[in-house]
Design a protein around this ligand. Structure first.
Ligand SMILES: [Mg+2]
Length: 270
């Protein structure tokens, strides 16, 4: 079995400022079905927002949904979602010092951030909007107050749509990377047989973790730079940069995912 895992916003979903290829989503739906790959969405969205994306853009239902930036895993079977209880137990066991409320208290005094709405926060996710112009000062303050104290990982990303910075505190054992490793492991799939596609910020972890990585053509400059740095240090990393021009597709969003899946042989024409 092989796994096609992909971020949603601006990776599989054409919701950025570049023009999408009409028909790319239908093609993605058809190709994943035809090649029998296990489809995993790996997203910052919670379940409701992931459902909205599926309905709004017409992307197929995945077999598994890694949501809330890796802090939740769900299976989609016979038209319903089932929470993966084993994942929660695993997080608690492997990040014993994690405490969302303690993180919240620790950074109460930091200027330039505001807590995200309750639907974007959970027991395993404490999230903020950040004034992007002040992100360096903010991140430095946050590091001083939090880093290393709560078995946490601090993830900063920039939302090019809203112009806002997004700051997530997660248990270090529950990121997009570790959740995908958990899913791959559970299905007995080698890491190199997992293709992961991304475009920004928190996709850096799964893109440099030993999976077969794909950056869609519209990937953030910062992410491209970080990934190139990682491959310089570790030439064994497998990363493909979608360029477009493949089968008449642009390489943006869904088209980049398709191009990457062909590159690694998940999709083929015969
Ligand atoms: Mg994205």
């Amino acid at each position: 079995m092989r796994i096609l895992a992909t971020d949603l916003d601006r990776t599989l979903l054409p919701n950025g400022s570049w023009p999408p290829d009409p028909g790319a989503i239908d093609l993605f739906n058809e190709l994943t079905e035809r090649h029998g790959v296990l489809v995993v969405y790996v997203t910052g969205r919670n379940l409701d927002l992931a459902e909205n994306a599926i309905k709004e853009y017409g992307i197929r239902y995945p077999h598994m949904l890694i949501g809330d930036v890796g802090t939740s895993i769900r299976k989609y079977e016979q038209g319903t979602w089932a929470t993966h209880g084993g994942w929660e137990a695993h997080i608690r066991q492997t990040s014993p010092r994690w405490d969302a409320q303690a993180v919240r208290a620790a950074i109460r005094s930091v200027d330039g951030i505001s807590e995200q709405e309750s639907e974007h926060c959970s027991a395993f996710k404490q999230s903020y909007y950040v004034d992007h112009a002040r992100n360096e000062t903010v991140l430095q303050m946050v590091d001083e107050l939090v880093k290393g104290k709560f078995d946490e990982v601090i993830v900063y990303s920039y939302d090019s749509q809203s112009g806002q910075g997004l700051l997530d505190f997660l248990p270090h054992s529950a990121t997009k990377q570790t959740a995908l490793e958990y899913v791959a492991d559970e299905h007995g799939v080698n890491k190199t047989d997992v293709v992961f596609c991304g475009d920004s910020g928190n996709d850096i972890f799964p893109l440099t973790a030993g999976f077969s990585g794909v950056l869609v053509r519209n990937a953030d400059e910062q992410l491209v730079k970080n990934v190139k740095q990682a491959t310089d240090t570790n030439p064994a990393l497998r990363v493909y940069f979608a360029t477009g021009g493949f089968k008449g597709l642009s390489g943006f969003y869904t088209s980049g995912v398709i191009e990457g899946a062909y590159h690694y042989g998940l999709f083929h024409d015969d």
